[in-house]
Every structure is written in C-alpha cells, then in structure tokens.
Design a protein around this ligand. Structure first.
Ligand code: CMP
Length: 581
C-alpha cells in the first residue's frame, strides 16, 4: 500500500538509516557509501517497513549534487579549468562517443532499436559527479593534477549531457519513438526545429558562460563583501547558500543549463573572493549531509529483482561501465601523451555512473525510446558500479605499481613532459591564489600588529574590520578633524603622526593610536582639531559601522570608552589648571 510521508520523515529516516548503515559499513571496512546505498534500499518501496517518498528523496539528492558541485567550484579557479581543457575536452567527447557506440552495439545484440541503444549508451557513458568527488576526496586528490583533469573531464561530460537532454526529445521521432499521434508532421518539420534547437541550446549555454565569466566575478564577491560587512554570521551563510542555489536554479530555469553546472560556476565565481574560504566552511556541513541523501535516493530507486530477471544484461552493462569506459578513458589519456598514472587514475574516476544516467534513462522511457528493463538495467549498473568503484581504484593503483615494476622506464617516462607542463601550470595558478591568500593573512596580521586593540576580537570580526575600514590619507598640515563638526567616523592611524590641538598644548598621536572616538560615543560635536604633522594614512570606521561593530563587541567598546574618558578627564584637568594659573 502506498504510504505518503512528509519531508521531515523522509529526511529524518534517511539520516538515521544512513548514519547507522554508514557506520556499519565502516566497521566492515567498506566505504560508507555502500552503507548509504543499503539504507536507501531498506527505506525504498521494494523492502517492507517504512517507505520514504522517492520523489522527495530525489529532489533532496539533487540538492546534494548542487551543494557538492558548488563546493568543487569554490576550490577551482577559472584558470585551472582552462589549464586542463587540452585533455578534458577531447577526452570527454571521444569517450562519450565511443562508450555510446559500445552501448548501441550491446543494445542491438538484445534486439533494441537505435533510439533505445543511443539512450542506453549515453546513460552508461557519463560518470556521477558525487561518486567521483567522494572518491577523489577520500584519496586526497581533488587538488592534484589527476583530480583536476578528472573534474574538468566531468564538467565537459556535464555540458554534453545538457545538449543530449535537450536534443533527445527533438530527435525522438527520428530515432523511432512511438508517440501517440502526429508522427508525419513532426518528421516533416524535423530538420528545421532540430537545427534551431541546437542553436538555441548552444546560445543559451554561451549566454550563461558569458554571464558567469564576465559579470559573476564582479557581482558575487561584491555581494559577499557587502553582506560580510554587516557582521552577521547567519546572514553570511544564508547569502552563500542563496547565491549557490539561486545561480543553480536560475541557470536551469533561464539558460537550460543543469543544476550541477550552474552550481559549479557559482562556486568558481565565488572563489575569486577573499571570503571564499569562509563560504566553503559555511557550506560544507550541508554539502556532506545532502550528498548522503544522493546515495539514499539511488538505493531507493533500485529494484533488485532485475538481477534475477536479466542477470546477463546487468553484467554486460556493468562490464561496459567498469572495463569498457576505463579502457577507453585510459587509452585517450595515453594517446594525448599524458602518463600512465594519470590515465589509470582518470579511468578509475570515471568507471561508474550516477545521476545523469538516471535522468537520461527516465527521459528515454518517457519518450518511448527506452524499454522499462533498460532503465532497471541502468540503475543496477549504477548501484553496482558505485559500490565497486573503490575496488576499481585499488585495482588501478595495483596496476600502476605493477607497471612501474615491470616497465619502469615506460611507467615513469611516458607522457612526463606534458604532465610536467600541466603540473607546473596548475602549480603557478595555485601559487598565485596562495599568494593572494597570504597577502590577505598578512593584512590581518598587520592589523593586529599595528592596533593591539583588535587582538581581542575573533578572526571573523578582524576580517570584517578589514572590509569596514575606509582608507584615507592626509598631507602635512591638513586638518583631519575640525572642532565643532559632527562626528562622521573614528580614525585609526596606520602610519604618520597627528596633533590634537587642545587649548594650551598639543598632544601627538602616532601609528597604532586612534582619534575621533569621542564625538561618536557621545553623539555630540568634535572636541578638538586634529592636524596631520606628516604624511598620514588612516583607516576610518564610519559612524554607522562604528555603532554596529561596537554594539557587537562590548569589550572593545569599553576599551575605547575608557580611553575617551581618560582623555576627557585629562582635558578637564588641563582646563582647570589653565584657569587657575
Ligand atoms: P572627537 O571629539 O571625536 O574629535 C577630536 C578628537 O581628539 C577626540 O575625539 C579624541 O579622539 C581626540 N582627543 C581629544 N582630547 C585628547 C587628548 N587629551 N589626548 C589625545 N586625544 C585627544
């Protein structure tokens, strides 16, 4: 009996089952994701007991893909993506074509038509983002050259899938779908709309890319800075998620780009900001939680009876995914003159299928192109290849070791040159990014060194201060603050010397000191003139920012107030001394 459950029940039961079975899997020395898949099967419709809502779980899984791809984008700069294009673009395209042809061949053995074969082959040709990233993460390879190439390859596959998903419905009739009516009209007009569909799709993807490349790096870091200046941590996290999910959703809605790709570019664009590490830290917990839901939803879709109904077909599909695709991918990498190690690592990364395959298979069935068993075989292939993926990695590593042992000169020498060039290029990009981070850290350090006052606020608040400060300079003799004016800001002296002109004598203030706090604290007028004695550089905290920041850091406010009180007392004392003399 169908049992409707709420969103909360689905999430709660998924998390509980995933946690329990993930832990058990770990105890059995299996990767946790095997536990998640089992949890998915248990709460799916096949097994008795609790049945979670598959449609909801699917959407939650999509959230996992979005957040995960966003996370990858955050650690991936646009220049890194360009650096691996020479291998990722030809690699992904040739691999998709060859793997699809293998799929068509296999399907024709089973007597399926060309349309069914095409959907089947395409489904087997694309790897799962989630599985690939989890595998790279586990091996600490996301940032290695091999990891960069694998991710770049995946991005190209993703783009190809966008095109495939748009083209399939347009080509369905030519490919032998069985629509209800109106075949002749569709076929006759077929040539024109298809060309138009391709052109429109490419145009939309290009429009998205242009926006992501030119507009994104200007708007997104600016927005983040704007929000970070408010100092509210929840507003910052919220904005990071709003940007990630908003761009992913907008990309799909307006540009026909996939959620995953949209989210990836949102991350790439955000990686340009100094605040990207904070964005990454903020979104990581959600990323982890939702990517678990991805495996749960795969488990839920799985119908184990297919293993009994079509064992040979499932094995054939699995062989195509694990062996066929690996051999093709590793040969392509070798033909492009990259080393054996990279070829094996990329091959293992791609020897599985996942979310795109389900989407394609679902579309194929709804268009009447793919038989229902086709979809079940693809799902079985996915769940088995995901489970076996860690073994494939181990086999690849063993093979690499064996090759090193048997043919050391081939294993170490072949493709070295191109590999080294790529590693150097990626290294240079990394060095530039690291330098940017270092500069940022240095600025923070300088801030504390110059103004020990700020050592008492936490790191996020120090960062916020850097964003709030307006730089200002003054030449010798320039009046920086005029007595009787309204207080517009508090001045921190980064370099130079100023003189506070009191009635009888002047007080000198040097780098590290501050002034202009009194009028802000009292809400009254400036109590003295402040004149620059030499070239000065100030960091100015404007009145509004001063009020917000001080209200959130009472200790700082007390320190500044104490100083203001001391100064006032000193001035009063001086005045009374003057009057009595
Ligand atoms: P504000 O009144 O806003 O503008 C003039 C500033 O001069 C004042 O804040 C203090 O920061 C600074 N100031 C006033 N009196 C003294 C003092 N005795 N010693 C050092 N600085 C002072």
């Amino acid at each position: 009996m169908h049992h409707e459950v709420s969103l909360i029940a689905t999430v709660a039961v998924s998390f509980v089952f995933a946690a329990v079975f993930g832990y058990l899997a770990d105890r059995l020395r299996l990767p946790p994701l095997v536990g998640y898949l089992v949890a998915g099967i248990l709460i799916g419709p096949i097994t008795p007991g609790f049945i979670a809502d598959a449609a909801l779980a699917g959407q939650l899984a999509e959230m996992g893909v979005i957040l995960l791809m966003f996370g990858v984008g955050l650690h991936f700069s646009a220049s890194e993506l360009l650096a691996v294009r020479g291998i990722a673009i030809p690699g992904a395209i040739v691999q998709i074509v060859l793997a699809t042809l293998l799929g068509v061949g296999l399907a024709s053995l089973w007597g399926w038509g060309i349309g069914a074969g095409l959907v089947f082959g395409l489904s087997l040709s694309v790897a799962s983002t989630v599985v690939l990233l989890k595998a790279l993460e586990e091996r600490n390879q996301v940032n290695s050259a091999n990891g960069r190439v694998a991710v770049g390859w995946l991005i190209v596959e993703d783009l190809a899938m966008v095109l495939a998903l748009v083209l399939l419905p347009a080509l369905a009739e030519i490919l032998g779908a069985h629509p209800a009516a109106g075949t002749a009209i569709g076929a006759a007009a077929g040539g024109m709309p298809i060309a138009l569909t391709i052109a429109m799709t490419l145009l939309k993807v290009a429009a998205f890319a242009v926006m992501a490349i030119f507009l994104g790096p200007k708007v997104v870091p600016w927005l983040l800075t704007l929000v970070a200046r408010t100092g509210s941590p929840e507003l910052f996290t919220l904005s990071v998620l709003a940007i990630a999910l908003g761009i992913a959703f907008g990309a799909t809605e307006f540009f026909g780009v996939s959620f995953a790709l949209g989210a990836f570019f949102a991350g790439v664009v955000m990686s340009e900001s100094n605040l990207s590490h904070r964005a990454a830290a903020d979104s990581l917990p959600l990323q982890n939680a939702f990517s678990v839901l991805f495996f749960i939803s795969v488990g839920m879709l799985f119908d184990p009876s297919i293993l009994l109904r079509e064992p040979i077909a499932v094995m054939a599909a699995l062989a195509l995914i694990i062996f066929g695709k690996s051999v093709i991918a590793s040969l392509i990498v070798l033909v492009l003159r990259f080393p054996v190690g990279m070829s094996l690592s990329v091959a293992a990364s791609l020897a599985q299928i996942g979310e795109f395959s389900f989407i394609l298979a679902g579309l194929g069935v709804s268009l009447g192109l793919l038989p229902k068993e086709g979809q079940d075989i693809i799902l079985a292939g996915a769940i088995l290849s995901i489970t076996l993926n860690p073994l494939v990695f181990m086999a690849a590593e063993a093979l690499e070791k064996g090759l090193h042992y048997k043919w050391p000169s081939f294993a170490t020498g072949y493709g070295r040159r191109r590999h080294d060039v790529l590693v150097r290029e990626l290294g240079d990009i990394r060095a530039i990014n690291d330098e940017r981070n270092r500069q940022h850290q240095l600025k923070m350090q300088q801030l504390i060194d110059t103004f020990p006052l700020f050592a008492q606020v936490d790191e996020h608040s120090q960062e916020e201060l850097l964003l709030l400060f307006r730089p200002k300079s003054a030449s010798p003799g320039e009046r920086v603050v005029r007595v009787g004016d309204r207080g517009d800001g508090m001045y921190f002296i980064a370099s130079g010397v100023v003189e506070v002109e009191l009635e009888d004598e002047n007080v000198r203030l040097e780098a590290g000191a501050f002034f202009g706090e009194m009028a802000l604290l009292t809400g009254g007028r400036r109590t003295a003139d402040v004149i620059a004695i030499d070239f000065c550089e100030f960091l100015v905290l404007e009145r509004r920012d001063f009020n917000v920041f001080m209200s959130r850091h009472p200790a700082l406010r007390t320190a500044v107030s104490n100083m203001a009180r001391e100064r006032t007392e000193m001035n009063v004392l001086r005045r009374s001394r003057d009057q009595s003399s």
